[in-house]
Ligand binder design. Structure first.
Ligand SMILES: N[C@@H](CCC(=O)N[C@@H](CS)C(=O)NCC(=O)O)C(=O)O
Length: 233
C-alpha cells in the first residue's frame, strides 16, 4: 500500500516522528502537501466524513484516515515491525510514545508559553522564564526517565530490536541539539544512553539515507525546535 502523509510542508514538526518511522520501514508514501500544497491537505480534512482528524499530521491508509502522531505510530508500528508483537509490548511502546508527545508539547511551550496563536516576539519574557524552568526541571525529568529505561533495556527501549519510540528519541536529541546547542552540550553528560541511542539510530541505513535526502526538511524557526539565542543561555 502507498500511504499518503499530510502535514504543513515547510516544517518537520510533529510529522517528523511519522516520517522517520516510514523511512526506517522502507514504506512507500507520498508527503502530499509538500508535493501539491496545503490545499490538498485541507481538502482531505474537509472531506474526512465522520472521523476527521483534529489537526495534522494525519495518514491516509487506503480508506482510513488516522490522526494523532502517537496513534499513527501505533498503527505503523505493528504493520512494519517497529513495535513488539505482543499486546503488552505494543501498549508499552505506545505509553512511551505518549510520554514523548507530552514532552514535545513542553518543548513547543518554551518559545510559545502563552499560546500558539501569538507570535514569539509577543511572548519573549514569558518564553525566557518557561525555558529556564524547562531546563532546570522538565528536561532532567523527561530525559532522565528515558535514560533510566535505556539503562535497563539495552540498545533500544525494548531491548535489541528498534521500535518507533527509538526513532522519536533520536529526533528529540537531534532537535534539542539544534534548538539549544549550549544548554544541550552542558546537559548531555547526564544522558549517555540517549546519546548512544541517537548515534545508533543515525547510522541505520534507511535513516542515514533519509537524513541526507531532500525529504528531510532542515530544522528552522517555524517548527517545534527553534533556535532563539535569547533562550539558549
Ligand atoms: N496531539 C497532536 C497535536 C497535533 C498538532 O498540534 N498539530 C499542529 C501542527 S504540529 C497543528 O497544526 N495544530 C493546529 C491547531 O492546534 O489548531 C499530535 O501529536 O499529532
Amino acid at each position: 500500500m502507498r500511504y499518503e502523509l499530510y502535514y504543513w510542508p515547510m516544517i518537520q514538526g510533529r510529522c517528523e516522528y511519522v516520517r522517520l518511522a516510514l523511512e526506517e520501514a522502507g514504506a512507500s508514501y507520498r508527503d502530499v502537501a509538500r508535493e501539491e500544497g496545503i490545499g490538498a491537505m485541507t481538502a482531505v480534512l474537509e472531506g474526512a466524513g465522520d472521523t476527521p482528524p483534529f489537526a495534522p499530521p494525519f495518514l491516509k491508509a487506503g480508506r482510513r484516515i488516522i490522526g494523532q502522531t502517537a496513534n499513527i505510530l501505533l498503527f505503523l508500528g505493528s504493520r512494519h515491525g517497529l513495535a513488539p508483537k505482543a499486546e503488552a509490548g505494543q501498549s508499552w511502546v505506545h505509553q512511551l510514545q505518549l510520554t514523548v508527545t507530552d514532552f514535545v508539547v513542553e518543548i513547543h511551550d518554551t518559545h510559545h508559553p502563552l499560546g500558539p496563536t501569538l507570535y514569539y516576539e509577543d511572548q519573549r519574557a514569558a518564553a525566557k522564564k518557561r525555558t529556564a524552568e524547562f531546563w532546570s526541571e522538565r528536561v532532567p525529568k523527561f530525559l532522565g526517565y528515558f535514560e533510566q529505561i535505556l539503562a535497563k533495556s539495552g540498545a533500544y527501549v525494548t531491548g535489541r530490536r528498534l521500535t518507533y519510540v527509538d526513532l522519536s528519541l533520536f529526533q528529540i536529541v537531534a532537535g534539542l541539539r539544534y534548538a539549544f546547542p549550549r544548554r544541550m552540550a552542558a546537559f548531555e553528560p547526564n544522558i549517555p544512553g540517549l546519546v548512544a541511542l541517537h548515534d545508533r539510530v543515525a547510522i541505520r541505513p534507511n535513516v542515514a539515507a533519509y537524513l541526507q535526502s531532500e525529504r528531510r526538511i532542515p530544522f528552522n524557526e517555524d517548527g517545534i525546535f527553534r533556535r532563539y539565542k535569547a533562550l539558549d543561555v
